[in-house]
Ligand binder design. Structure first.
Ligand code: 7PJ
Length: 276
């Protein structure tokens, strides 16, 4: 299976590691300062040295309860990093929900739009559909980051996630976007309890019936904290185990903070012949 993106047709026969680059301002800045940009670009280079296949660059925290970042601030954070990272010659994904940000990063040449909101803001579907071939990751989220963790409820979490992703993809296809540009993500931690997240892992193979590659983001998430009893800074082993489990159950892209450790784990998994 392939993932068509702006500059690359990514071969997902082997699982790929997407490294997370958060463009977060230092404490004296709103983001967009030269220092913030250099720090983010240095982080990109480090993740590439560790073996990342794709970089996911984000300027808005979407942690539960996080405050939204104004458009101008998100642009100031993200655009200079994209501009600088284009030269690295790897697929660049941009983690954003804002159609204006999508438009601007696609104009610069970004490869993938990664939207935790699955292109639900007005203008987002259109921004992606107007591009000839950028890739897109459609993620399931129940509610929004401000409210999503208050009593999430599903009759059947896997069926609801699957129906939602199918419907969002149909909206894109209707606008002329080819299926080969789309990847699906069940959205671990986004409006889901620990039990929901674990059910999505156990039954992850059912989502393969959607017919497109799955991208999974378990890295350092709170469900791993609940399972292990560990704070966010001590979830490396749990994150690697979750990434490996998700790949074993059919994920083709894993979105991770700890690239080096994940790459090592996938090498062993592959060496064991588990990758086919
Ligand atoms: C995800 C994401 C995820 C995709 C974040 C965090 C929260 N994008 N952006 N999937 N999570 N596609 O990393 O803890 O799971 S931000």
């Amino acid at each position: 299976m392939f993932w068509q993106t702006t500059r690359f047709r990514i071969d997902l026969a082997r699982p790929k590691v997407m490294g997370i680059v958060n463009v977060t301002p230092d404490s004296f800045s709103d983001g967009g300062r030269h220092d913030d940009t250099s720090t983010a670009l240095a982080h990109c280079e480090q993740l590439l040295a560790e073996g990342a296949d794709i970089l996911d660059i984000g300027g808005e925290s979407s942690r539960p309860g996080a405050a939204p970042v104004p458009l101008e601030q998100e642009l100031a954070r993200v655009l200079p990093v994209i501009q600088g990272a284009l030269q690295f010659g790897v697929p660049l994904s941009v983690d954003t929900v804002k159609p204006e940000v999508m438009q601007r990063v696609l104009d610069l040449g970004a490869d993938i739009v990664n939207d935790i909101n699955a292109l639900r803001l007005p203008g987002a579907l259109e921004a992606v559909a107007a591009h000839p071939q950028c890739g897109v990751c459609l993620m399931h989220m129940h509610g929004d980051p401000a409210t999503m963790q208050s009593r999430p409820a599903y009759d059947d979490v896997v069926a609801e996630v699957s129906d939602f992703l199918h419907e969002r993809a149909a909206a894109l296809l209707q606008r002329g976007v080819r299926l080969e540009r789309i990847v699906f993500d069940p959205g671990i931690g986004f409006g889901k309890s620990v039990a929901h997240n674990l059910e999505l892992l156990r039954r992850q193979r059912e989502l393969l019936a959607l017919g497109r590659p799955l991208l999974l983001g378990w890295s350092r998430k709170s469900t791993l904290g609940t399972i292990t009893g560990r704070p966010v800074g001590e979830r490396l082993a749990a994150s690697v185990a979750a990434a490996l489990a998700s790949v074993h159950l059919g994920a083709r892209v894993v979105r991770v903070h700890d690239v080096a450790a994940t790459v090592d784990a996938l090498k062993v998994w592959d060496g064991a012949g588990l990758g086919g």
